[in-house]
Design a protein around this ligand. Structure first.
Ligand code: NAD
Length: 278
């Protein structure tokens, strides 16, 4: 049976370590999270982020704006936070309400405060392998987890299912920068399982419950489940059919307790690091 990659335990360790380092700083790092509207999943994520920022000893502020917020009002808040000395990291929680296009705002956040690493400057720096101010949290958390368990990236066949700007694409760059051989597959890919069966490291980020089954996985592979889906009974599920895949894989992340907490740990690391760069 596969060994569990324990994201929860590693996340706690990372946050505790940052808490200890934060105690030695003259000025607490400050995280500002902007939440527009009433998306229930976003509210839960924002609450968790705030809780862990406080656990790390940071100042944390959540700016809640109503669903019908105008483009100008959101731009104004971003501008204020860009100019606020106490705010080191600015996070615009996605998705935004339908009338707002995230790309009208993500490039207005000062790249040096862009704690999610979504600004085009940081995306470009990641692509060039030229020290972004911050790297997107979910991909960064995944690499940290793989490193913790000494999983070799160099030369590994890594297959990523999903090509989103927040997970698949930046993760492909991080893995490429670490000399993995990277394949990105998506909803239009043909013969998906022929490709996934070659993966030494298989990462799924689709949001389709249980779509990765044991017969799609190579024996001994490392399987990382990014998906978070709440089923009809309110239970959290992942992209990976845990029961069939755990019999084939060498390592596997659980849902919950895998990539989710590592994403938050990466956010805490990014906020801390941005506060040192000021
Ligand atoms: P997205 O909807 O932007 O992208 C989904 C991707 O999956 C697309 O590129 C699409 O082509 C691909 N896809 C969809 N169906 C497919 C199929 N049948 N076969 C192959 N590819 C398919 O999603 P996202 O924002 O990247 O998020 C993906 C999942 O990860 C969601 O469940 C989300 O909630 C979760 N997520 C979790 C964390 C975390 O911290 N654990 C962070 C971000 C996203």
């Amino acid at each position: 049976m596969a060994q569990i990659l324990d994201g929860k335990a590693l996340s706690n360790k990372i946050i505790e370590n940052i808490r200890e380092k934060t105690l030695l700083l003259d000025k607490k790092p400050g995280l500002g999270v902007i939440l527009v509207g009433e998306n229930p999943a976003s509210k839960v994520y924002v609450k968790n982020k705030e809780k862990q920022a406080l656990n790390a000893g940071f100042n944390s502020a959540v700016y809640k704006l109503p669903e019908n917020t105008s483009k100008d009002d959101l731009l104004k808040l971003i501008d204020e936070l860009n100019n606020d000395e106490g705010t080191n990291g600015i996070l615009l929680q996605l998705p935004l309400p339908k009338h707002l296009n995230p790309y009208d705002f993500l490039d207005k956040i000062n790249p040096k405060k862009d704690v999610d690493g979504f600004h085009p400057v940081n995306a470009g720096k990641l692509m060039l392998n030229e020290k972004p101010y911050a790297v997107p949290c979910t991909p960064k958390g995944i690499i940290t987890l793989l490193d913790e368990y000494n999983i070799k990236l160099e030369g590994a066949n890594a297959v990523i299912i999903g090509r989103s700007n927040i997970v698949g694409k930046p993760l492909s760059m991080l893995l490429l920068n670490r000399n993995a051989t990277v394949t990105v597959v998506h909803s239009k890919t043909k013969n998906l399982s022929e490709i996934t069966k070659n993966a030494d490291i298989l990462i799924s980020a689709t949001g389709r419950a249980d779509m990765v089954t044991g017969n799609m996985v190579k024996k001994g592979a490392v399987v990382i489940d990014v998906g978070i889906i709440r089923d009809e009974n309110g239970k959290l599920r992942g992209d990976v059919d845990f029961d069939s895949v755990k019999e084939i894989a060498g390592f596997i992340t659980p849902v919950p307790g895998g990539v989710g907490p590592m994403t938050i740990a990466a956010l805490i690391q990014n906020t801390y690091e941005l506060s040192l760069k000021e």
